[in-house]
Design a protein around this ligand. Structure first.
Ligand code: FPP
Length: 249
């Protein structure tokens, strides 16, 4: 996409309805590296650059929520070396990007089971959240050590405990009350779910929250993702007719 055609597309996207929340399953780092005869961590490193480009593009478009699936609970079973490289990249990402993110008005949050993170990563995450807490242009949420079934089971357990203590009437548990126990409490649900590398799966990602999301799957591998691909996903979203289970008006 040339600069001018990209700008024309930007203007046209901004004149339509933008998703309030875009969630992304970043996939294909390993394949990107294998295609080049490189170790997997090199794919993850390029993936980190794609995160940067995608954040810039979301800011440019004016999308208020961007959520990225960086590391699942299942990913803990990958070889120790790969897990170590990913944790290292997380620390590097925070170190490199924190000032720019703050200056650009990005509020970054990390969600998932952070008790399992190594202490250095946990402290990186805490610094990132504290230093960007004032951001109001873009909410950047990064799922790390995250699994949606686990999130839902934890929410159910908390509500059951409140009910058992007599502090909550089970009759008051509805979908709104339930959502208050999820990591995403207070955020709008994703309107658009993007998955890279062509896989047609949701992989235990935000199962509750994506109930009505439009899904855009691109064959592009995550390290090759950027402005053009995010714009294409939003253009695809704008062609969809959203009915939320109702009928066309
Ligand atoms: C999936 O590709 C990607 C991951 C498991 C990690 C995602 C991490 C990053 C994009 C970099 C770090 C990000 C931040 C925010 C610091 P895969 O390894 O499953 O690829 P494959 O399916 O081709 O093997």
């Amino acid at each position: 996409m040339s600069e001018s055609s990209g700008d024309a597309l930007l203007a046209s996207l901004q004149s339509g309805e933008l998703p309030r929340h875009v969630a992304v399953i970043m996939d294909g780092n390993g394949r990107w590296a294998a295609d080049r005869g490189l170790p997997r961590w090199r794919g993850h490193r390029e993936g980190m650059r794609a995160v940067r480009r995608t954040v810039e593009a979301a800011l440019e478009l004016g999308i208020p929520y961007l959520t990225l699936y960086a590391f699942s609970l299942e990913n803990w079973s990958r070889p120790e070396q790969e897990v170590g490289a990913l944790m290292h990249l997380l620390n590097e990402f925070v170190e490199r990007e924190i000032d720019d993110l703050r200056q650009q008005g990005v509020r970054a949050r990390v969600f998932g089971d952070r008790e399992r993170l190594p202490p250095t990563s946990r402290s990186s995450v805490e610094t990132l959240e504290a230093d960007t807490a004032e951001g109001t242009r873009l909410n950047l949420n990064v799922a790390i050590s995250y699994g949606s079934r686990d999130e839902i089971a934890t929410a159910a357990r908390r509500l059951a405990a409140l009910a058992a203590e007599g502090r909550l009437d089970p009759a008051d548990i509805d979908s709104v009350r339930f959502a208050e126990e999820l990591y995403t409490a207070g955020w709008p649900d994703p309107d658009l779910l993007v998955r890279t590398s062509g896989e047609m799966r949701v992989s235990n990602f935000m199962l509750w929250q994506i109930a009505y999301a439009e899904i855009h799957v691109t064959p592009v591998l995550w390290p090759d993702f950027g402005r053009e691909e995010l714009f294409a996903a939003v253009a695809d979203f704008q062609k969809r007719e959203r009915r939320f289970g109702g009928v066309t008006s």
